[in-house]
Design a protein around this ligand. Structure first.
Ligand code: FAD
Length: 189
């Protein structure tokens, strides 16, 4: 992975590749991924992309919003409300599954220990307290499987399915964790 951290603010980002030279989708924008894979010719991307530095021009202007909807003193930030259980949940699952999908295929003992610690701590600090309590119980009864990326991602899928079941939602087929959270659906039927 490039050692350079993006230093051009929120609208100018470098495309990053991971240590294997593969494109790192969680590190950049989806439209950059489409551009570099040749599936779009997005004019908002400037010169020919190189491995380490693809610059994206300013995003198109935000749709105009009444000034009263903006945070006082800001021309950018809308007065959004704090997240409810659903918004928090969806964002958190996105993080958890994306994290599992980037977990090493052969983690070191230290990485395994850190992931186990992280999940335990996460279950203590998750802001929805009854969600946290149930997740903590789940972890106690089903210790996180941290020996490989495949194991962890499947464990995460099953943990999510436990919550889906509790909420009366459909079960997600864990055979598909990889296209959903790592590789995309292009190669799938
Ligand atoms: C640890 C934790 C515990 C929670 N506990 C509760 C609770 O007790 N009560 C409550 O009301 N809410 C709880 N939530 C929130 C809840 O799980 C949902 O996030 C929320 O209901 C919003 O659902 P959603 O429809 O946006 O989809 P989400 O369930 O947030 O899912 C987001 C996306 O993940 C994918 N997905 C779905 N299931 C799986 C899976 N098994 N594996 C992989 N990918 C999947 C789908 O593409 C889906 O669109 C919890 C969230 C977390 C992170």
């Amino acid at each position: 992975m490039s050692n350079e951290t993006p230093d051009k603010g929120l609208t100018l980002k470098s495309i990053l590749f991971n240590e294997n030279g593969k494109f790192c989708l969680p590190c950049t924008l989806y439209k950059s991924f489409q551009y570099i894979s040749g599936s779009t010719m997005d004019p908002s991307i400037s010169s020919t992309p190189t491995r380490d530095d693809v610059i994206i021009k300013q995003s198109p202007a935000l749709p105009s919003v009444p000034r009263s909807d903006l945070i006082p003193g800001s021309r950018t930030y809308v007065k959004e409300d704090p997240p409810d259980v659903n918004k928090l949940g969806s964002a958190s699952w996105t993080f958890l599954h994306a994290m599992a999908a980037k977990y090493p295929e052969k983690p070191t003992p230290l990485q395994q220990e850190e992931m186990t610690d992280f999940l335990n701590i996460f279950s203590h600090v998750y802001p929805c307290f009854w969600c946290a309590k149930d997740f903590e119980k789940y972890i106690t009864e089903n210790a996180p499987k941290v020996k490989s990326q495949e194991e962890l991602s499947t464990w995460m899928c099953q943990a999510h399915n436990k919550v889906n079941k509790k909420l009366g939602k459909a079960q997600f087929n864990c055979d598909f964790w990889k296209p959903r959270w790592k590789e995309g659906w292009d190669e799938q039927e």
